[in-house]
Design a protein around this ligand. Structure first.
Ligand code: ATP
Ligand code: MG
Length: 744
């Protein structure tokens, strides 16, 4: 027996849970009540006091970071050198499959395909099946296949599930071939790791028995976010029999139904809500004391989450001091919001920046904070994501603009020549680079040369020609265009936006959000300096993007989404953007449980804070390039007003939407926030289309035309390629077919 002082640090309930070692156990408790800590102590208790071999324990969680932290904490409690399975679901399954893949017809040295590998497989299949990958993006097939694997829908069942239309039948055949190809290549994808492990257990009883015997103690953290396959996996392991043939069910799960925030990705909240039904005789331990937050913060969290109807009643208490109230500020706009946050951090930090976290709803919000923090020279790091200007899609579109600005920019050209995919591989790019160097020309010049293009296959040379014409066209017109128009035109006419839309994945959607948010940057500049040229704009952005304030060492403010903050804690937390439509996001109103899931996310956010919490909103917000009046988040209204200090809930704001409420008809209709993202996308397409249309218009002297930048003017001269227009202040020569002019 070792020293049990680590147990003495637990409260009675926690101790009860840590020492409950046989039979199913559910630790269902709110945030910060020590669930993860209790689980860690339980592992130590099993090993140190109960003499259980670490070999017999399996603990799984969701992220490598969480698993790593848990391993460390256990090592602290029991001494070093413990080689125990404290792993993510994926890595646990991978280890099992390495030993038994043969049962499923794979070799033990099977490969694990990452998304890039998966995509090449799909492309090959599309080629064989004569599917045009321009019309049907490989990522679309992949996301459908992934959905199927999570729900255990086989290729054969596909059409039964999704219908027998042309498209579904096509996906089915791709899915079928995909499965065959992976088998043939002796490879599995990430979804397979879980799925195949479950299949292995079903197929070979001896193998299942082996793991049931080995893992006599199964533990799962963040159980509320498990999906169907993960559930099946742990359920099968726990289904072991003891000597008398009784089901052992030695499973301990830890979680909080109020923190289930991944339903949109297949998590099934029923797993935790029905635990007692699934595992009869389950002991349920509810931890009721919160050790993380001040009393006011905790009360604030409750006052919000209480509005969810579909939840198990539970309430935390704390003997912590009341602490400060929640500080709420409504600012004029999103820039002021970010400056307010940076100002508060500057005022309070005393140089300890890592005590602060800014938790936002969408990645697109990070930009204004990055700028404000940089200006104040406050170090920050963006967790679980890239800095705004480091994001791939932002860099890509900037390269389009750079190339339009300066056609000799070979670096920019190389980056985007195959973005979106134009079938230009690394070899072709090398060839072009070498030729350009040899002839002392820019790569762009080569692309304008039909002889150079003739070295490429038909399809490639067409694509390259189109690409070069696009750059040439906007380069000729750049002086006459508003930067925002140019931006929209490039996004659409390069095919970049469409390629993302076709992917229909969460990642692609978030890239589109970022691209739309870039319009806010441009509008900001256009508003302040209407005469800003493209060259000047690019310079400003280059400087911003370069600001070397992206501190990677520990002493930095952390910026991240609310989703990625799950399980973490910080002394000081900011929750910006408390506005309907942003948080809760407008998408929440499309799904029946959407609003409740957003509210859980709000609860997760509030409960990250130990000492102080700020919430902010902006009276007007320019997001995705569209400025709009906002309404304060309904979550703010739900929050107990006695706990708030600052603006209180601002009443003035009702002015922008008050009409909608007084109006009898509107009163009964549920409020649906304005979908700014959708608007931004539509606007981008409309403008690009208008510019395309202008290409085919013909003009004659005397026509009155309208130009988005110069207003109305009169045509005074026409040649085949240009027209001269007299605008109010000056006359300008415009390239025919490229300038965005329309007849009035
Ligand atoms: P979450 O729901 O956010 O994942 P959790 O329930 O897993 O939270 P922990 O992260 O385990 O909670 O603990 C929250 C904080 O409370 C930690 O700082 C932990 O050290 C502290 N804590 C937990 N139990 C006790 C205790 N009995 N006495 C003092 N502090 C405790
Ligand atoms: Mg935890």
């Amino acid at each position: 027996m070792g020293r049990t002082d680590y147990l003495d640090r637990l409260n009675d309930k926690q101790k009860e849970a840590a020492m409950h070692t046989e039979g199913p156990l559910l630790i269902l408790a709110g945030a910060g009540s020590g669930k993860t800590s209790t689980m860690t102590c339980r592992i130590a208790y099993l090993i140190r006091e109960m003499g259980v071999s670490p070999y017999n324990i399996l603990a799984v969680t969701f992220t490598n970071k969480a698993a790593g932290e848990m391993r460390e904490r256990v090592a602290d409690l029991i001494g070093e050198g413990v080689n125990m399975w404290i792993l993510t679901f994926h890595s646990a399954c991978l280890r099992i499959l390495r030993y038994h893949a043969e049962v499923l017809g794979y070799g033990r040295d099977f490969a694990v395909y990452d998304p890039t590998d998966q995509k090449s497989v799909i492309k090959g299949i599309c080629k064989d099946l004569n599917i045009d990958t321009k019309k049907f993006n490989p990522n679309y097939f992949l996301s459908q296949i992934s959905k199927c694997k999570e729900a255990r829908i086989s290729p054969k069942q596909y059409c039964n599930e999704f219908g027998y239309d042309f498209k579904e039948e096509m996906v089915q055949s791709v899915y079928e071939k995909y499965e065959q190809t992976l088998q043939k290549n002796n490879a599995m994808d990430f979804d397979d790791l879980l799925l195949k492990t479950v299949e292995l257990f079903e197929k070979d009883e001896a193998v299942l028995l082996k793991y049931q015997n080995r893992f006599q103690y199964v533990m799962v953290d963040e159980y509320q976010d498990t999906n169907m396959i993960q559930y099946t996996f742990v359920k099968m392991l726990a289904d072991a029999r003891d000597e008398r043939g009784n089901v052992r069910n030695n499973i301990c799960v830890v979680g909080d139904d109020d923190q289930c925030i991944y339903q949109w990705r297949g998590a099934d909240i029923r797993n935790i809500l029905e635990f007692e039904k699934d595992f009869p005789g389950a002991e349920v331990v509810k931890l009721e004391q919160n050790y993380r937050s001040s009393a006011n913060i905790l009360a604030a969290a409750h006052s919000v989450i209480e509005h969810n109807r579909d939840r198990k009643q539970k309430k935390l208490w704390t003997d912590a001091e009341d602490g400060s109230k929640i500080i709420y500020q409504r600012l004029d706009n999103e820039r002021d919001e970010a400056y307010f946050v940076a100002g508060e951090i500057n005022r309070l930090s005393g140089g300890r920046y890592n005590d602060f976290a800014v938790l936002y709803r969408t990645n697109a919000q990070s930009r204004t904070f990055e700028e404000a923090l940089s200006r104040r020279e406050i170090p920050y790091r963006v967790l679980g994501g890239l800095r705004y200007y480091d994001r791939k899609e932002i860099k890509d579109i900037m390269c389009y603009m750079r190339l339009v600005q300066n056609k000799a920019d070979n670096l920019a050209l190389v980056r985007i020549i195959n973005e979106p995919k134009r079938g230009i591989g690394g070899k072709s790019i090398e060839k072009l680079t070498a030729q350009a160097a040899g002839q002392g020309k820019s790569m762009f010049q080569l692309l304008m040369d039909p002889e150079v293009l003739s070295q490429f296959g038909n399809k490639q040379s067409m694509a390259l020609k189109e690409f070069a014409e696009l750059i040439e066209r906007y380069s000729a017109e750049k002086e006459n265009m508003k930067i925002s128009d140019l931006y929209d035109a490039l996004l659409v006419n390069s095919g970049y936006l469409k390629a993302l839309e076709d992917q229909k994945t969460i990642e692609a959607e978030s890239r589109i959000e970022n691209l739309m948010e870039f319009k806010s940057v441009i509008y900001d500049y256009e508003k302040d300096e209407p005469d800003l040229t493209l060259a000047e704009f690019m310079e400003r952005i280059a400087l911003l993007a370069d600001v070397d304030n992206h501190d990677t060492d520990e002493n930095a403010v952390v910026l991240m989404t609310l989703h990625s903050a799950k399980g973490l804690e910080f002394p000081y937390v900011f929750m910006p953007g408390m506005e309907d439509g942003l948080f809760p996001g407008w998408r929440a109103f499309d799904r029946p449980d959407g609003l409740e899931e957003e509210r859980r996310l709000c609860y997760v956010g509030i409960t990250r804070a130990k000492e102080r919490l700020w919430m902010t909103s902006a009276e007007t917000r320019t997001i995705y390039g569209k400025m709009d009046y906002t309404r304060e988040s309904q979550f703010l209204h739900e929050l107990d007003k006695n706990l708030i200090e600052g603006d209180g809930i601002y009443e003035k704001k009702e002015k922008s939407v008050a009409g909608a409420f007084k109006d009898g008809a509107a009163e009964s209709a549920p409020y649906k926030p304005f979908d700014q993202l959708k608007y931004a996308k539509q606007q981008t397409k409309q403008r690009a289309a208008a510019m395309e249309k202008a290409k085919s218009e013909s003009f004659k002297v005397g026509d009155i035309v309208r130009h988005p930048k110069f207003g109305e003017g009169k045509v005074v001269e026409c040649t085949d390629k240009t027209i001269r227009v007299e605008f109010a202040d000056e006359a300008r020569k415009l390239a025919l077919g490229f300038a965005p002019i329309e007849k009035v």
